[in-house]
Ligand binder design. Structure first.
Ligand code: NAD
Length: 495
């Protein structure tokens, strides 16, 4: 076991009084104290004050003043440079940020370093590269001009204003950075609302941003109960756009509230992502693919696959080998560098996953492996393999967001493809085969915002990401984000 030692800086950070980060300063606030619990031990590690109407007002006002003042006066290239400096600072504080994340979310320290911090740094640098390149276009005007005058039109890409970013607990740094960096490079300012379960990482990132030179008010963080703060933030007159990542029910409410006020809204919601394995894959390839697609971060990844379609002749052998592999996974403290299965992120989530697996068992699905918590403190749940009765099993329709793969056999590839698409959601999907012809054709027919071929889950900043159907709207990354954080103004001139 290689249990990492908690840094002194992390210990002292946890002992501080926490609340919000507003107008360039840490700001504890006066709201009720909320416990931050380490999911690996079920013990409290810190406290944070919930936000109230005064905190929301202060954060929105600071963000609006920066938007029209200091941030507007910062040139596009200087904005990009600040994003690069923040990336460097996060790299210098990699271990500190990773430990804070692991102690709040239960993510393994290896993933906190490699996925939360390193990927956040990569995305910051990607978005910094857009600085100075976000612009409109000139256009010919075709209406006739009288008496030899000439007409010319052009468009301006204008930043929207204050962006409210609402963040889930599964990637508290990375998802915040996706939204924050996109907004800032476009010239917007941000007010972030982290999850109640993971309120601390972005407080530290916002401090680092101020240290490297971001002007006060450009980045603000308000913590607290989303049900109270969400409406206050969305309805605030300074809120020009909402970008939300989280569950489907909450997202629908956020979408309705923003749309009712004609505010643009990006929704990155959940789903029930499918992976289709074709018969030409070996059993070992299928087992490796399933582990990659379904069990990363205990399945608490929005793009993870939860529905698996396997050829009927191979299903039982794959499930047997998969169960053997999962049984060897090291269930341990997430601070242990060899840990492969850490806890789920919070007690409510553990109860939800356990309840769904119990319901599946009662309804007649077969729990081939796992299905319960190991005998140890904390919110652990064994990686679980469910052989479902049919396409209509609850396990093939509802997101667990946990380490639970549900498996169904097929005999006909066309019917399997129809089952993949028979879902109200469409965030992500994958097809696994050595047959290039089928890989290309099936990937084109899969109904999802992102489709992988012979891989799953990995995201790249250059490739747009977002859902279709009930999994949301809008796109992050690539050049597509520009549409979501700017508006076009048209100018026509006569000369
Ligand atoms: P959640 O919907 O419970 O909470 C998300 C955020 O919304 C939190 O900050 C919460 O405080 C806030 N919130 C709660 N009620 C609100 C309200 N009425 N108005 C405004 N904000 C409110 O989601 P979660 O449990 O934190 O995250 C897990 C879910 O997120 C899963 O369904 C997962 O699929 C989804 N997710 C999607 C993506 C994606 O990119 N599509 C990425 C990560 C997670």
């Amino acid at each position: 076991m290689n249990q990492v030692a908690i840094l002194e800086t992390v210990k002292s950070f946890f002992q501080r009084e926490h609340g919000h980060f507003i107008n360039g300063l840490s700001h504890p606030g006066k709201g009720a104290l909320r416990q931050v619990v380490n999911p690996a031990t079920a013990q409290q590690v810190a406290h944070v004050h919930d936000g109230c109407v005064e905190d929301v007002e202060a954060a929105m006002t600071a963000a609006q003043q920066a938007f029209t003042g200091s941030w507007a006066a910062t040139s596009a290239l200087a904005r990009g440079n600040l994003l690069l400096k923040l990336a460097d600072a996060m790299e210098r504080h990699r271990e500190e940020l990773a430990q804070i994340e692991t102690l709040c979310s239960g993510k393994t320290i290896v993933l906190s370093r490699g996925l939360e911090v390193d990927q956040a740094v990569a995305f910051l640098r990607y978005f910094a590269g857009w600085a100075g390149k976000i612009c409109g276009e000139t256009t010919d005007i075709s209406i006739p001009a009288a008496q030899g005058e000439k007409l010319r039109g052009y468009t301006l890409r204008e930043p929207l204003g204050v962006v409210v970013g609402i963040i889930p607990w599964n990637f508290s740094i990375l998802i915040s950075i996706w939204k924050m960096a996109a907004a800032l490079v476009c010239g917007c300012t941000v007010v972030l609302k982290p999850s109640e379960y993971t309120p601390l990482t972005m407080l530290r990132v916002a401090q680092l941003a101020t240290e490297v030179g971001f002007p006060a008010g450009a980045i603000n963080v308000v913590n607290g109960d989303g049900r109270l703060l969400g409406p206050m933030l969305i309805e605030h007159p300074f809120c020009a756009k909402v970008t939300f990542t989280g569950s489907v029910p909450t997202g629908r409410g956020v979408g309705n509230s923003a749309s009712a006020l004609a505010k643009p809204v990006t929704l990155e919601l959940g789903g029930k992502n499918a992976a289709l394995f074709l018969d030409d894959m070996t059993v070992e390839e299928m087992v490796n693919g399933i582990i990659e697609a379904g069990y990363l971060n205990q399945g608490q990844v929005c793009a993870s696959a939860e529905r698996f379609y396997l050829p009927s002749g191979k299903l039982d052998e794959v499930l047997e080998k998969l169960s053997q592999r999962l049984a060897q996974f090291r269930v341990a403290s997430p601070l242990d560098e060899a840990c492969q299965i850490g806890p789920l992120a919070n007690k409510a989530h553990l109860d939800k996953v356990l309840g769904m697996v119990n319901q599946a068992r009662e309804e007649g699905d077969e729990i081939v492996y796992g299905g319960c918590s190991p005998d140890q403190p904390g919110y652990y749940f064994l990686p679980t393999v469910v052989k479902v009765r049919s396409e209509n099993s609850m396990m093939m329709r509802e997101e667990t967001f946990g380490p639970v793969g549900s498996f169904l056999a097929y005999d006909d590839e066309e019917k399997a493809l129809a089952m993949v698409n028979n879902s109200p959601f469409g965030l992500a999907a994958s097809v696994w085969t050595h047959n290039l012809h089928k890989a290309m054709r099936y990937s084109e027919r899969m109904q999802a915002g992102i489709v992988w071929i012979n891989m799953h889950t990995l995201l790249d900043p250059a490739l747009p990401f977002g859902g279709i159907k009930g999994s949301g709207n809008g796109r992050e990354f690539g050049s597509a984000f520009i549409n979501d954080y700017t508006r076009l103004k048209s100018v026509m001139m006569r000369y």
